[in-house]
Design a protein around this ligand. Structure first.
Ligand code: DQA
Length: 141
């Protein structure tokens, strides 16, 4: 199974970015652990991060065309982007929305997600383990 792990803005700074909220695991470490787990689970994984919304939209279109499952941390676009939601709505394979933090327990603007209503599943508040949970769940389907 092809899986794209797509990360939105500022997630490339994981480890250095507000570590009290987002944890001390660096982005490169997250990528390495997703790749290692995917290999163990027999998933064909591609892990990417961008700060450019048009690039994220192109990656979601690519995943839709490939019939790939998507693990998406849309970061701030979660709360702002109708365009990203519309792109995600084209996915036919499962879409798992992941947030490191519990977005429901933070500022009120973070409680609304444009993505959740069209996601197959959402995982919030588990830190980087959320990505591992998403990959394990996809592999078990
Ligand atoms: C986040 C939560 C978002 O509200 C925030 O803008 C992020 C990260 C998370 O993983 O907890 O950039 O998606």
């Amino acid at each position: 199974m092809q899986v794209r792990v797509l990360n939105g803005p500022n997630l490339g700074r994981l480890g250095r970015r507000e570590p009290e909220k987002y944890g001390s695991t660096g982005y490169d470490e997250l990528v390495a652990s997703c790749r290692a787990l995917a290999a163990e689970l027999g998933l064909d994984v591609d892990v990417r991060q961008t700060d450019a919304e048009h690039e994220m939209l192109a990656w979601v279109h690519e995943a839709a065309d490939a019939g790939a499952a998507v693990v998406l941390n849309p970061a701030a676009w979660t709360h702002t982007s109708v365009a990203l939601r519309d792109a995600c709505a084209m996915l036919e394979a499962p879409l798992v929305e992941v947030h490191l933090t519990n977005v429901h327990a933070r500022e009120s603007f973070r409680a609304h997600s444009y993505i959740s209503p069209i996601a197959t599943a959402s995982i919030v508040g588990c830190g980087v383990d959320g990505y591992a949970l998403a990959l394990r769940w996809l592999a078990s389907r």
